[in-house]
Design a protein around this ligand. Sequence first.
Ligand SMILES: [Zn+2]
Ligand SMILES: [Zn+2]
Length: 209
Amino acid sequence: MISICKKCSWHVEKLDLPEEMLLELWALMVQESKLYAVKKLKDEFGIDHGKAKGVVTHFNPEFGKCHECNYSELDKEYIECPKCKAFNYNLKIGPPFNKDFCEVLEYKLDFSQLENENIKGFWCDGIDHLPMDIKSLSADNLKQKKFIKTKARIGKDGQDEYELTIYFGPSALDNYINRKNLNECIPEGSSDEWINIDPERKQVEIQLN
Ligand SMILES: [Zn+2]
Ligand SMILES: [Zn+2]
């Protein structure tokens, strides 16, 4: 393992944390909340302040992309950037339930096929790729629960906040565990076979293959 960052001379701290915790750290980094990330490492994971700052500095949230320069082909975990020599954790932690998938899913949610007068003209204007419970993104939790709950904006103007529950069928679960793209697991059939909407409760359920 690389023991020192050649860019800033920091002594690399091994991150021996369970997937759930790494996901929480990752989510904060995706949202660029570095201060909260340092606080979480200190308060919840018991890492001292100096080390926590170092970890956060070298934690690149997007696999492949150096935190220090524009290099984007880092191909393994715990790696030195060949361009700027900075150490990157480059963890394969970003889940298959991600921004790209949520954008594809958003366009596939066709409410016009559902025979319900109350939802006439409804459309979806965005699905949050960070669910309410970040821990639900860990493969172990998904294997057990088989769903992810997040928020989506839906309605005539596409702006009401709905609770969206996405149920994972066998092939979606398999793709998730093997970190493969989930797009192919979105059903092709008519909406009433896999989308269920309750406009009064502001809830939507969908069933992936
Ligand atoms: Zn460094
Ligand atoms: Zn770099």
